[in-house]
Design a binder for this molecule. Structure first.
Ligand code: ATP
Ligand code: MG
Length: 604
């Protein structure tokens, strides 16, 4: 067959195949164009989930008749003044979206340039471009796309139910809206309003962070806004700001973790890995926090031209970005301190009314042989207060604080004065303006766990030499990645050496882990290094064992506590970071304010 240059209609259809996958991708391109045009209001109307009609109207800068004719040409753009792909400041830059969309549907664009009193319209149907004609429209642009994929029936077959396509459109608009709180967005489907995101009020604009949080609340829910910690840090010219949820607010998937890079919503595995690293102390592995993080970095520090739909970016220094995310999240969580659980009161009040009870307590994992005993000997709950003090179960300073007499004044301590133990499981304490209910087992487990981690950090991780060094075969790239991190792994107790091209030899392992499945561990570590750039699972496994030991070594539910013991526990919780939730992201205590209780009884 002779070689030939393909005609433009075919070229555009091929290009559209990469970019326009479904109605939501067309909406994304059109809304991005409106944002780039400086719009303050963007209205999206669909029919049939976008299959028969997508219409996007904006009040942005608009286009003249000549510009309109150019806009639908392939590789025609107003966004690359200097032919420089390293300084992209707009969402678009390739001049491909409109011709691609025009190649697979019936496209009609009407636009009136700011300051002009005439509007122009142009159609492109299945790649055939019509003539520019006068039209009537206020300042701004309206793009209508009918019969998406009529020109490419193969694609049409892959469209899902209108409801599913609508969900994708909603997601696309939500993401863009989160990054642009000053713009108002609406979405209507078959004349039914689906989204109405009001622009932040002008006086709020002064406080960009407040405007953003208001928008996040609209998209991610009031719950998130109420339970979110703000963060804002700058390192080496990279700014990271945004909000992250308290660990006690968590989900079964990472779908509510959003990352924005220079105003562009992106999907990045780096984000999920970094967030997992930052929260690993507070959440069970199968629970995920909610976060919305915004990175601003110099345009040349990030390559946005790596994905056909611009949904991914590549950082010049991914390590820096990752470190920034992990560090800032950890810092924000540490700042939240033991107060992490106070916001669960609302949920608790709700559950008094109707909600089903939370899932029952389950110990996290089974212990390696022998460690249960070790944990028990070091951290066993002690009935004799002196042994308890020796074992570090009860902090000496705290124990010295005399319990308040039952009839005494109300405690000034944040977690109050213990008043009673109920069902040998819950401590009830009275605070200045409310009551606190503590799950004694969960709270104590957290305290023991924090103490074990401290000890690990102070004394280092004990290693155990393998009698017969274990040789693990890997791909050569994986083996290299592991040996490059030798020192870091040795600090965690794993001593390895290169062993020819595709293998490493393991000489020592962390004593805590035992010599169980060395090969499996090494392979997991290699995968993680490839995926996240850090060895999470070794740390996680060690901490999981700490967690399990802590669980076994903690005051069991069902044990009677004296007033002194209860107060000591409360004081130690106040002094221990992260004591507001147990190791699985469940709260260790609930605080009910008097006002809430009064409301429960209808006194307010
Ligand atoms: N809503 C709009 N308001 C004003 N001008 C617009 C609008 N939509 C498109 N344009 C103009 O048309 C040009 C082409 O748009 P198109 O989306 O095809 O390419 P792009 O946005 O430049 O790059 P990309 O293909 O990466 O989206 C834009 O550069 C812009 O000048
Ligand atoms: Mg565009």
């Amino acid at each position: 067959m002779p070689i030939r240059v393909l005609p433009p209609t075919v070229v555009n259809r091929i290009a559209a195949g990469e970019v326009i996958e479904r109605p939501a991708s067309a909406v994304k391109e059109l809304v991005e164009n409106a944002i780039d045009a400086g719009a303050t209001r963007i209205d999206v109307t669909l029919r049939d989930g976008g299959r028969t009609l997508i219409s996007v109207s904006d009040d942005g800068c608009g286009m003249s008749g000549e510009e309109l004719a150019l806009a639908v040409e392939r590789h025609a753009t107003s966004k690359l003044p200097g032919d420089d792909l390293t300084h992209i400041a707009t969402l678009g830059f390739r001049g491909e979206a409109l011709p691609s969309i025009g190649a697979v549907g019936r496209l009609a664009i009407t636009s009136r340039q700011a300051g002009s009193d005439s509007a122009w319209t142009l159609t492109v149907e299945g790649g055939a471009k019509g003539a520019v004609q006068p039209a009537a429209l206020g300042p701004g642009t309206r793009v209508e796309l009918r019969d998406l994929f009529y020109a490419t029936p193969a694609r049409l077959k892959f469209l899902k139910a209108a409801r599913t396509e609508l969900d994708h459109v909603e997601d696309v608009i939500n993401r863009l809206a989160m990054a642009h709180p000053a713009i108002g967005f609406t979405l209507t489907d078959d004349a039914r309003p689906v989204l109405r995101l009001g622009a932040a009020a002008t006086d709020l604009l002064a406080d960009a962070a407040a405007a953003r949080l208001a928008r996040l609340a609209q998209v991610m829910g009031r719950d998130f806004a109420d339970n979110a910690l703000p963060l804002d840090v700058v390192r080496e010219g990279v700014r990271l700001s945004g909000h992250i949820g308290l660990p006690t607010l968590n989900r079964a998937t990472a779908a509510q973790q959003y990352l924005f890079v220079n105003g562009r919503p992106v999907r990045d595995r780096l984000l999920h890995g970094a967030v997992r690293g930052a929260y690993q102390d507070f959440l069970a592995r199968d629970r995920h926090p909610l976060v919305a993080l915004f990175l601003e970095l110099p345009a040349e520090a990030v390559d946005v031209n790596v994905h056909p739909a611009k949904a991914e970016v590549r950082f010049r220094d991914a390590g820096l970005v990752r470190g920034l995310i992990v560090g800032a999240c950890k810092h924000a969580l540490a700042e939240a301190g033991h107060r992490a659980a106070t916001t669960v009161a609302t949920a608790a009040l709700g559950s008094f009314r109707s909600l089903p009870p939370p899932s029952p307590w389950r110990p996290s994992a089974t212990l390696p042989r022998g460690f249960a005993e070790l944990a028990a000997s070091v951290y066993a709950p002690q009935d004799d207060p002196q042994t308890a003090e020796l074992a570090g179960v009860v902090a000496p300073a705290a124990r010295a604080a005399a319990p308040e007499p039952a009839s005494g004044g109300v405690s000034e301590y944040p977690l109050g004065a213990a008043r009673a133990q109920l069902h040998a499981t819950y401590i009830v304490a009275q605070t200045v303006d409310g009551i606190v209910i503590v799950d004694q087992h969960a709270a104590h487990e957290r305290l023991v766990y924090e103490r074990m981690k401290e000890a690990l950090a102070a004394r280092g991780i004990a290693r155990q030499a393998l009698l017969i060094p274990e040789i693990v075969e890997l791909e050569s790239a994986a083996a290299e990645r592991l040996t490059a991190r030798r020192d870091e792994l040795a600090e965690l107790g794993l001593v390895i050496e290169a062993f020819g091209p595709g293998a490493i030899v393991v000489r020592e392992v962390p004593a805590l882990l035992g010599i169980a499945d060395v090969k499996g561990l090494v392979r997991d570590l290699a995968d993680e290094l490839a995926e996240f750039g850090q060895a999470l699972s070794l740390k996680e496994r060690l901490e999981e064992i700490c967690g399990t030991m802590a669980c076994h070594g903690s005051v069991r539910a069902g044990r009677q506590l004296t007033a002194a013991e209860m107060n000591a526990l409360l004081r130690e919780m106040e002094a221990t970071p992260h004591s507001g939730q147990c190791n699985h992201g469940r709260p260790t205590y609930v605080e009910l304010k008097l006002a809430d209780i009064e409301r429960l009884f209808g006194r307010r």
